[in-house]
Write a protein that binds this ligand. Structure first.
Ligand code: ECB
Length: 135
């Protein structure tokens, strides 16, 4: 079993979030605000269901899923799109594919050096975020 991603995590770095947001068509106004804020990731597991919350002073985004079970995701408050999403373990990485209007969209979470890593990708853009455990 891979190491647990569960817990609360605070953002320490966020590389190319701008490029990722541009790929998603987020307006300049929203991007300017979004770039200034730090995210907190709260990951919970109840049975075989995960709940992932992305929290900030600006907007919050929560979604839940079962591993290896495709579901309808609506990215409310983000780019407000519908995706058919599938989350599965690939080795020690929890990988999500978000099929929809945007090509090559998805993300991966993993633990490395006691940090939570997140790679978000859309079209040709990759955003890399790192979070430290909240103590
Ligand atoms: C919820 C915090 C959002 C802060 C930015 C707010 C507005 C910007 C609008 C759109 C930007 C597009 C995506 C937001 C990027 C990151 C938020 C979480 C992305 C995500 O899907 O995380 C996954 C993996 O942890 C779980 O949903």
């Amino acid at each position: 079993m891979p190491v647990s991603l569960c817990g609360s995590w605070d953002m320490v770095s966020n590389v190319n979030f701008e490029g990722y947001m541009i790929a998603l068509g987020i307006s300049l106004y929203t991007r300017k605000i979004a770039l200034k804020i730090k995210h907190r990731k709260v990951i919970e597991q109840v049975g075989d269901r995960y709940v992932v919350k992305t929290l900030s002073t600006f907007r919050n985004y929560t979604f839940s899923f079962r591993v290896s079970e495709e579901f309808q995701e609506f990215t409310k408050g983000l780019d407000d799109r519908n995706c058919k999403s599938l989350v599965a373990w690939e080795g020690n990485k929890l990988v999500c594919i978000q099929k929809g209007e945007k090509k090559n969209r998805g993300w991966a979470h993993w633990i490395e050096d006691d940090k939570l890593h997140l790679e978000l990708h859309c079209e040709d853009q990759v955003c890399k975020q790192v979070f430290k455990r909240v103590v």
